[in-house]
Ligand binder design. Structure first.
Ligand code: PEP
Length: 295
């Protein structure tokens, strides 16, 4: 049975590649048509209530039809930030940095999806490499992803290769393994594609000041979208947003945002300064608006 599935997969992949090579039908799989950009700040374990409020006051951007802006603060700041954004009339969504896979119970120190929702989160980062490095395995990532979807939170699933994997040419294999295992428990019907986000985050690029080149980021994102198409359908895969994360800055964002399969960014370090995060949002918006004009 497994052998048969492998053979079918190989044939499908070949057909996809040939169609892509011939420029037929599938360009629609890439172009960002219909996908609203998404730029997400991952504050990690930084900022306190007062500095978070100052950040909001100093940040000049809001979401618009081209670009959705999301802040993922430490969980205890969700509630005060939701209040501050609401009071200031700012259209910026909130996300959490992690969740527990269970809906509730005896899990000291953990936070469940429903609690995050109640505190104002609409998104949640799942499988960030810093959590994977601290012991989170693919099975736990899959359970967290399923819990987020079941609760109505939009998971931002992080995937990416380490430096040694990249050096050994294993990037795409690693991405495929992480993606397949994370989605394995979802079954059918497929979840709403607009309610799932992937973030390609090469581990070696995170916090290193060395972002992936636009060509590499595009290749990884296109590969992930192709794999989603194999697992679900082309129409479905076209609607999933794929972000790039890893040392994104105001300087490199525009170039990467031009990639047809990259729909936005997950930003760590540069999101702590309102002006540098704003520059990334503006670069994404310019690309989205430019694409709209050129269509
Ligand atoms: C991250 O941790 O998700 C990240 C992208 O960090 P940085 O932007 O600092 O590389």
């Amino acid at each position: 049975m497994e052998e048969l599935r492998d053979r079918v997969e190989r044939v499908v992949r070949q057909v996809v590649r040939e169609l892509l090579a011939a420029g037929q039908d599938l360009p629609e799989l890439s172009g960002s048509r219909g996908r609203r950009r998404l730029v997400v700040a991952n504050w990690k374990m930084n900022l306190l209530r007062a500095s978070a409020r100052q950040w909001v006051e100093a940040f000049p951007e809001s979401s618009d039809r081209h670009c959705q802006v999301v802040i993922c603060p430490p969980a205890v700041l969700l509630w005060p930030l939701a209040e501050a954004l609401d009071a200031a009339g700012r259209d910026i969504a909130l996300g959490a940095q992690d969740l527990h896979p269970e809906a509730g119970g005896a899990h000291t120190g953990e936070v469940a999806a429903a609690m995050l929702l109640e505190a104002g989160a609409r998104y949640v980062i799942v499988g960030h490499s810093e959590r994977r490095a601290a012991g989170e395995d693919d099975e736990l990532v899959a359970r967290k992803l399923a819990a987020a979807l079941a609760a109505g939170l939009c998971p931002i699933l992080c995937l990416g290769e380490t430096a040694p994997e990249r050096e050994r040419g294993l990037t795409l294999m690693r991405l495929r393994g992480q993606l397949d295992l994370a989605l394995a428990g979802l079954g059918h019907p497929a979840p709403d594609p607009a309610g799932l986000v992937l973030a390609y985050e090469p581990v070696w690029a995170i916090g290193s000041g060395r972002a992936a080149g636009a060509d590499d980021a595009q290749q990884a994102a296109a590969f992930l979208r192709e794999r989603l198409a194999e697992l679900f359908s082309f129409a479905w895969a076209r609607q999933v947003r794929i972000l790039y994360g890893g040392s994104v800055s105001g300087e490199n964002a525009e170039h990467i945002a031009a990639c047809p399969d990259i729909d936005g960014f997950l930003v760590g370090g540069a999101s702590l300064r309102p002006e540098s995060f704003a520059a990334i949002v503006q670069a994404s918006r310019r690309q989205a608006a430019g694409k709209e004009v050129s269509r």
